[in-house]
Ligand binder design. Structure first.
Ligand code: FE2
Length: 366
């Protein structure tokens, strides 16, 4: 009587008598057995239902044991194969081991020997599968941890941005507001969740390159000289250089940092990109960044009133700004009195993507 959780085994031999001997032995050990009279028949049965163990004769008509072994190794690598050979065929048996058979039994065989070989082969199979599973999980865990390390580094940089903004009355809250305006535009445009995450990440870090700009230039009350203007406009390139090693998996966010001062007409910085050369993620943040810059106090001018800033966005459609992004901004804030938004809470940053989702699902909140 086969056990409910019995290991399934396929016995392949063209001699029914020998098959029966093996089947009786294996069933006596608690296995559930199926029988095939040739390699071709065995393959058809495996196709229906793969099994953990195949014991196969080498010499059979049609497809022989070697052909069957090759197929099994290629198609069902988790199946353990033991070949049964005549004593005179030991060389073929060794060739089968090289092809991937886990063991061989020479005829005439002793039942005790077959029993021992079968148990050993199943043990080897289990260890092999555990090792593969471990390797697979290890790769996934290493990938998840690398992702987390990148996130933590980005969070440190986010903290740095907020620290720099906090001590500067003109920049205070800028990156969080730009991220929130950008999120509102992206949602209005009904972009997929992963692109929205990319936009939020890029928007919060877009001005990180200002770390490299001297305060005397940032805070200069009067008109900037050409050299000072060029110096300030280096910040997208500096930012992209700082973040590149951490944003290998999120090129969209890195593009936001490098290209948020580009214009559709090609007159922007630093690369003079034109229309479609500027990724949509960047075009969204450009609108949000410009609105926040216009409605914020600057050392050289007061904050623009909201209606005036909205007019500027409208006027810049097509030349400076992506028209659908401007429209999405206006649609996202129908109540003009709610603009500009007050500085929202800082959200923890995260990298978009499936690895991040898996990690968040498996990690306790901290
Ligand atoms: Fe900027």
């Amino acid at each position: 009587m086969p056990q409910p959780n019995a290991v399934k085994c396929l016995v392949v031999d063209d001699e029914p008598r020998l098959r029966r001997v093996l089947v009786r032995l294996l069933e006596g050990e608690g296995f559930t057995c199926a029988e095939a009279g040739s390699g071709t028949e065995a393959l058809a049965m495996l196709q229906q239902e793969p099994v953990p163990l195949v014991i196969s004769d080498l010499r059979m008509p049609q497809m022989d044991g070697v052909g069957l072994l090759r197929e099994i190794v290629a198609r069902w690598p988790d199946t353990a194969v033991i070949v049964v050979t005549a004593v005179a065929e030991v060389e073929s048996a060794v060739a089968c081991l090289q092809l991937g058979a886990l063991d061989y039994v020479a005829k005439p065989f002793h039942l005790d020997e077959v029993r021992a070989r079968v148990m050993q082969a199943l043990d080897k199979r289990r260890l092999k599968m555990e090792l593969e599973d471990y390797r697979h999980n290890l790769e996934r865990r290493v990938q998840e941890q690398a992702h987390r390390i990148e996130e933590l580094s980005l969070e440190r940089l986010q903290a740095l941005v907020h620290f720099l903004e906090e001590k500067d009355q003109y920049l205070r809250g800028h990156s969080v507001r730009v991220a929130n305006y950008s999120l509102a535009i992206a949602r209005q445009l009904q972009l997929p969740a992963e692109r929205i995450d990319t936009i939020a990440l890029g928007a919060e870090l877009h001005d990180i390159g200002k770390i490299g700009v001297s305060e005397s230039v940032l805070h200069k009350p009067g008109k900037l000289t050409d050299a000072e203007y060029r110096h300030i406009m280096e910040h997208p390139v500096i930012g992209a250089r700082v973040l590149a090693p951490l944003m290998r998996d999120v090129p969209g966010a890195l593009a936001i940092v490098r290209s948020h001062h580009e214009r559709l007409d090609g007159k922007g910085f630093p690369d003079g990109l034109r229309s479609d050369e500027i990724p949509l993620e960047v075009r969204v943040v450009t609108v949000a960044d410009s609105f926040d810059a216009m409605t914020s106090l600057r050392p050289y001018r007061p904050a623009l009133p909201v209606p005036k800033a909205l007019q500027e966005l409208e006027a810049g459609k097509g030349a400076q700004f992506h028209a659908p992004a401007v429209d999405a901004f206006l649609a996202a804030f129908p109540d003009r009195a709610a603009l500009p938004i007050s500085t929202p809470e800082v959200r923890p940053l995260h990298l978009p993507g499936p690895a991040a989702d898996a990690l968040r699902a498996s990690s306790p909140p901290n």
